[in-house]
Design a protein around this ligand. Sequence first.
Ligand code: E4P
Length: 216
Amino acid sequence: MAIFVDSADPDDARRAQALGFVGAVTTNPSLVAKVGRPALELLHELLEIFDGPVFYQVTAETLAGRADQAWEAYRVAPQRVVVKIPAATENLPLAKELAAAGMMTCVTAVCSAAQAYLAAQVQARYVAPYVNRLTRQLGDGVAVVRDMAAILRGTQTEILAASLKSVSEAEAALLAGAQHITVPLDLIVAMGEHEFSRQAIAEFDAAVRSMVEPAR
Ligand code: E4P
């Protein structure tokens, strides 16, 4: 059970490292493009800043190119790089080969329990369903997570719920059976806050002040 930060921004990785409980950094081509620097260069920097796993997505047009990208990233830090492979049947033999070689793999953009089941057949460490996107596309992304959790029961493949846009959506994904979630930094911060907690803290502070400052 872990929470990861969904960002390719070194500043986010630095802040996540400082929090001390964030388990990994997950990137994707869109997040890398937002930073505007080469993916491999960012991978090196994120591994320097953050002391846990960093997820790196292959993007080449050909299977051979994806394999090369996976090995290139893996060799940067074999114990810490998790290679993200987009969910497609043509990518499954590659995913199996990389897992057999000892690489941690994450089959990403998984949209069905069937895709998750095949990811487990190729020993993927993680499957990443994009919950908010699936809700917009299929109507109920959390239900897809629930089906994935049921079909993956007894396998070594874990669900890393992604594309989460609110605290309640993150909660729902976890309650549906996702072992891990990856969320933007501001959502990690928001998950630790609640208006009624702030209200209780204010009451405690007032009580302490009343003890220190005698009632006038
Ligand atoms: C994981 O890294 C996914 O690529 C990411 O969470 C997708 O989220 P989005 O739907 O906001 O792009």
